[in-house]
Every structure is written in structure tokens, then in C-alpha cells.
Design a protein around this ligand. Structure first.
Ligand code: NDP
Ligand code: 8X3
Length: 249
């Protein structure tokens, strides 16, 4: 039975992926900061698969390493890593950007992804087997007005995905990225610091992707035979053509 570790499993894309992986009966290591959300999800999925919760902030490298190193022996060999934890903070022109917001995006989206990967890759190399999926973004493929640092962080994810694939070539490990466009999750609520009205408006007048849509694609990617590596996917809702071209009613 495969073991998957999902960061950011307490909400949105990560949570939907946990649910769809439970249908595959994978052993699941669900990570996030909000313990109560993860406990709720564990309760919901407990009858489908073996669920283990880890609560750590991906920004804290000591927590990342100690939590992953402390996994029970039956879950220590991670077959699938979904590097999903991430968010945007603010949507301001560079000259008005908030330095704390910049730190958060770079520390979570880039450094956090690196810490988690660093904690898991050596065991994958030792077993000559593993599959890493980084959740990038269309913001990692193009820059949009006021997206500056978020876009930079997701461009970094794009570069790291390519770098991991190159450096891990020949070691039996698949590395790929899924780059979604607009997905209706807590993403915009976090970006706009809890302003639910403003967040809702992002998805008004169109049919955005739902987290389950991305989870379904992740399931497809991880269930391909081991000689197939889906290296890079960009996924948008039909109403979206690019970061800035969106057909709204
Ligand atoms: P959500 O806000 O719904 O989920 C984000 C998840 O990341 C939560 O589970 C959160 O858990 C976790 N997380 C955030 N910060 C930290 C942290 N410091 N340490 C540990 N975990 C953290 O957003 P999405 O599901 O939309 O986002 C998931 C990924 O998808 C992100 O990388 C995002 O950039 C990307 N993405 C999203 C798009 C969208 O339109 N929604 C489009 C393209 C990419 P907790 O708060 O419990 O720690
Ligand atoms: C999230 C999608 O368009 O807000 O990565 O950058 S977008």
C-alpha cells in the first residue's frame, strides 16, 4: 500500500487530494498548522485508510525535520509527496508591498517546500522510488499586475520542480508540477486577510475550478504506471485564458 504525505491538507486542494487518495486506500500523512481541521478530516477518512496527522509550520525547519523524522516506522517510507502548502499575501504594486507579506510568501511557498522535500528525498533515493508533485500556479508561468512576489515565489517553484527532476534523474524518482489557475478555496480569503466579500468577488461571474478538480488530476498523475512521469501540467477553468484574461459575466 502506498504512503502519501500532503502538505496543506487542512483546506482547499490539499484537503480534496486527501479525500481522493483515501478512496485509493493510500496511507495518508496529512500536514498543516490547524490541528482541529486535520482531526476533523481524519475522523471523516479513518474508515477508508490509515491516517496520520502532523501539525507543523513549513517555515520552521526544525519542526519540519523532527515531525517527518518522527513518523512511525510503518509510515516512514513516503512514496508520494504532494508539496501543496502555500498561499498569497496581499495584491499590491511592488512599491506598496508589505515586507511581512513578502517574507511569508517566500518562506512558505519556496523555503517551506524545500525543507519538506529535503526531509523526504534522501529516503526516496535510498529506496530508488518516489513521486514528488509540486503545486505551482499559472502565476509561476506568467506575471500579472500586483502579483509580483507571489508570482516570483511560484516561478521559484517552477524552477525547483525542474531542478529536482534534473538532479533526481536516474534515481527512480518522478518529479512533476501541477499549475492551477483560479481555484475556489480559502486562497483569496488568505490573500485578502480574511475579507470574505473581496475574496468571493474573485470567483463571481464565472465557473472557477474547484479543489476536487485538481485533486482528480493529481490522482490521475500518481496512478500512471511507474515509467510515466507527467512533468508539467497547467490547468485553468474554461473561462480563464491567462492570469489576466478571464471571461466574466
Ligand atoms: P487554501 O488556503 O485553501 O489552503 C492552503 C493550505 O496550505 C492550508 O491547508 C494551510 O494549512 C496550508 N498552509 C499555509 N501556510 C502554511 C504554513 N506556514 N505551514 C504549513 N501549512 C501551511 O489554498 P489552496 O488550496 O488554494 O492552496 C494550495 C496550493 O495551491 C498553494 O500552494 C497555492 O499557492 C496553490 N494554488 C492555488 C490556486 C487557487 O486559485 N486557489 C491556484 C494556483 C495555485 P494551515 O492554515 O492549517 O496551516
Ligand atoms: C493562484 C492563482 O491567479 O491568483 O495561484 O495567481 S492566481
Amino acid at each position: 500500500m502506498k504512503t502519501a504525505l500532503i502538505t496543506g491538507a487542512s483546506s482547499g486542494i490539499g484537503k480534496a487530494t486527501a479525500k481522493i487518495f483515501a478512496e485509493e486506500s493510500f496511507n495518508l500523512i496529512l500536514c498543516g498548522r490547524r490541528k482541529e481541521k486535520l482531526e476533523e478530516l481524519k475522523q471523516e477518512l479513518d474508515n477508508k485508510s490509515n491516517i496520520h496527522i502532523l501539525t507543523f509550520d513549513v517555515r520552521n525547519k526544525e519542526e519540519v525535520f523532527s515531525n517527518i523524522e518522527g513518523l512511525p516506522p510503518d509510515l516512514a517510507n513516503i512514496d508520494i509527496l504532494i508539496n501543496n502548502a502555500g498561499n498569497a499575501h496581499g495584491l499590491d504594486p511592488i512599491q506598496d508591498g508589505n515586507v511581512e507579506d513578502w517574507d511569508a510568501m517566500i518562506d512558505i511557498n519556496v523555503k517551506g517546500l524545500l525543507y519538506v522535500s529535503k526531509a523526504i528525498i534522501p529516503k526516496m533515493i535510498a529506496r530508488a522510488s518516489g513521486h514528488i508533485i509540486n503545486i505551482g500556479s499559472t502565476a509561476g508561468k506568467e506575471v500579472y499586475p500586483n502579483g509580483n512576489v507571489y508570482c516570483a515565489s511560484k516561478h521559484a517553484v517552477d524552477a525547483l520542480t525542474q531542478g529536482m527532476r534534473i538532479d533526481l534523474n536516474g534515481k527512480g524518482i518522478r518529479v512533476g508540477a501541477i499549475n492551477p489557475g483560479m481555484v475556489e478555496t480559502e486562497f483569496s480569503e488568505v490573500r485578502f486577510k480574511g475579507d470574505k466579500e473581496k475574496a468571493k468577488k474573485v470567483y463571481e461571474g464565472l465557473k472557477p475550478l474547484q479543489p476536487e478538480d485538481i485533486a482528480d488530476i493529481i490522482r490521475f498523475v500518481v496512478t500512471r504506471p511507474s515509467h510515466i512521469n507527467i512533468a508539467d501540467l497547467m490547468v485553468m477553468c474554461t473561462a480563464q485564458a491567462s492570469s489576466t484574461i478571464v471571461d466574466k459575466e
